[in-house]
Design a protein around this ligand. Structure first.
Ligand code: ATP
Ligand code: MG
Length: 139
C-alpha cells in the first residue's frame, strides 16, 4: 500500500530568489493539500542530521552548508500516492534534466540549489515530517 503523505522543503536559494509564494502556489494548484507549514532556518548540525543518509557522498559538506545558509520552508503535503506524485511533480534532481514546467525546471538554479526537496519513501516522509513538526502542528 502506498501512503498519501510526503514532506518537502523550499531550499535557501529559491527563497532568496523570491520564489516562495510561486512555489507554494504551484504545489497547491498541483492538487497537494498542505497539512503543515513552517518558515525556519536549519543549523549546520540540523542539516547534517537531516541529510545523514548522504554523509559519505562528496557533496554532503557543500549541501549541508547550503541548506543551512538561509531560511527554508518545510511542509507536509497530502495527495494520493504522494511520494511518486510529488517527485514527478518537482522533476529530476538536476534542474537541467527536469521536465518542462516542473518546480525544479522553473526555479532550480543548479543540482544543489534545485529549489525543493521531496521525500523518497513513505518511511522517510514520516521521519522527515517528524524532524520538523509535532503532530499538534498538522491540520
Ligand atoms: P531531494 O532528496 O532533495 O528531494 P533527490 O532525492 O532528487 O533530492 P538525492 O540524491 O536525494 O536527490 O540528493 C539530495 C540532494 O543533494 C539533492 O536534492 C541535491 O540538492 C543534492 N545533490 C545531489 N547530487 C548532487 C551532486 N552531484 N552535487 C551537488 N549536490 C547534489
Ligand atoms: Mg533524496
Amino acid at each position: 500500500m502506498t501512503g498519501n503523505i510526503t514532506f518537502t522543503m523550499i531550499k535557501p536559494k529559491a527563497m532568496e530568489n523570491g520564489n516562495m509564494g510561486k512555489i507554494i502556489a504551484q504545489i497547491i494548484e498541483g492538487g497537494f493539500k498542505i497539512k503543515a507549514l513552517k518558515l525556519t532556518t536549519l543549523t549546520k548540525e540540523q542539516a547534517m542530521e537531516f541529510y545523514a543518509v548522504h554523509k559519505e557522498r562528496p557533496f554532503y559538506d557543500g549541501l549541508t552548508d547550503f541548506m543551512s545558509s538561509g531560511p527554508i520552508v518545510a511542509a507536509i503535503l497530502e495527495k494520493e500516492n504522494a511520494i511518486k506524485a510529488y517527485r514527478d511533480f518537482i522533476g529530476a534532481t538536476n534542474p537541467a534534466d527536469a521536465a518542462e514546467g516542473t518546480i525544479r525546471a522553473n526555479y532550480g538554479t543548479s543540482i544543489e540549489a534545485n529549489a525543493v526537496h521531496g521525500s523518497d519513501s513513505d518511511e522517510n516522509a514520516q521521519i522527515e515530517a517528524g524532524f520538523f513538526f509535532s503532530k499538534r502542528e498538522w491540520v
